[in-house]
Design a protein around this ligand. Structure first.
Ligand code: SF4
Length: 311
């Protein structure tokens, strides 16, 4: 179904023959994994309650970070692993399946694939294999697709039966901002089309009796400093294409400018070289409530590197 010798997994549709040359995102034929961890700072229905101790086996979201990313946002907090020249540990689908079963054994709430798009076929194969009995073990945890939202709807559709929860960004409404900060002026168009596909495939959100999400869509929006109007346009756009009652919204205030490239003459990123203010965030949060969204609001105190996984 997917031809990695003419890759079109993401909206870059770069057509790379990944058997000989990495694509625009940096991905070759083999999956590369940058980090596997128990994540405690995703949304509560993904990570569960905050751990009471710093024991490494406290339950959380069983998170697998992939190297590379189709987007490459200039402020990316995972820049060390997401750039084109980043390097991760090569893994076969069988090895990835084994890692999922280890996370399940360790009591995690779900398997959380971060920046997975460019490895879609290998991940589908790995999940299929982990869900089949393998030495008396079988993956039963929900699978979370944690994406920047720059997705081809066809790729999302192909994940039916593999993915249980979409945790997707909707970053910009303005093509200009998407071009400036993520080199993808077509981002709003694809984020909207893929969100419609996710919502259609998932239906209503379903939670278990602990409040952990078993199925559904969470849309994340990170409020950027100086761009309150675009954040509001994003919320209006989402409310116009999906039923706000059928998804969860996660409105994030954690933007931090530490990861931006160094300042230079005619700096194009002046507007976002600060944190978001309470006023900016609250204005956007007010609109979210007005539009009927339910979900998660974030404390501004989370706008610190402390909540960024160490790569
Ligand atoms: S996933 Fe990577 S290689 Fe494939 S189309 Fe997108 S940028 Fe190109």
């Amino acid at each position: 179904m997917f031809d990695l010798t003419k890759c079109s997994l993401c909206p870059r549709n770069c057509g790379a023959d990944r058997s000989s040359t990495p694509g625009v995102c940096g991905a070759g034929m083999k999956m590369q994994v940058s980090k596997i961890m128990h994540h405690h700072w995703e949304e509560p229905c993904i990570s569960g309650p905050l751990p009471k101790t710093d024991h490494p086996l406290e339950p959380g979201s069983g998170t697998i970070f992939f190297a590379h990313c189709p987007l490459g946002c200039v402020y990316c907090q995972n820049g060390k692993i997401s750039r084109r020249d980043s390097v991760g540990q090569e893994m076969t689908p069988a090895e990835l399946a084994y890692e999922m079963l280890v996370l399940q054994d360790q009591g995690m709430y779900n398997i959380n694939f971060v920046s997975p798009t460019h490895y879609t076929p290998q991940i589908i194969e790995a999940v299929r294999s982990a869900r089949n009995d393998w030495r008396d073990q079988r993956l039963t945890l929900p699978v979370v697709w944690n994406t920047g939202g720059y997705e081809n709807p066809e790729t999302i559709d192909a994940l039916a039966g593999t993915v249980d929860v979409f945790l997707t960004d909707f970053k910009y409404a303005s093509p200009d901002l998407a071009g400036l900060y993520s080199h993808a002026p077509d981002y709003p168009e694809y984020a909207a089309a893929s969100l419609v596909q996710m919502a259609e495939n998932m239906g209503e959100c379903v939670f278990d009796d602990r409040g952990m999400m078993k199925r559904g869509v969470i849309v994340r929006h990170l409020v950027l400093p100086g761009h309150r109007d675009d954040s509001m346009a994003v919320l209006r756009k989402i409310a116009s294409i999906v039923d706000p009652a059928k998804i969860k919204l996660s409105l994030m205030a954690q933007y931090t400018p530490e990861f931006l490239p160094e300042k230079r003459e005619n700096d194009p990123y002046t507007k976002i070289r600060r944190k978001v203010t309470t006023y900016e965030y609250e204005k956007v949060a007010d609109l979210a409530r007005e539009l009927g969204f339910d979900g998660y609001m974030q404390e501004r105190s989370s706008a610190t590197k402390r909540f960024t996984p160490d790569f």
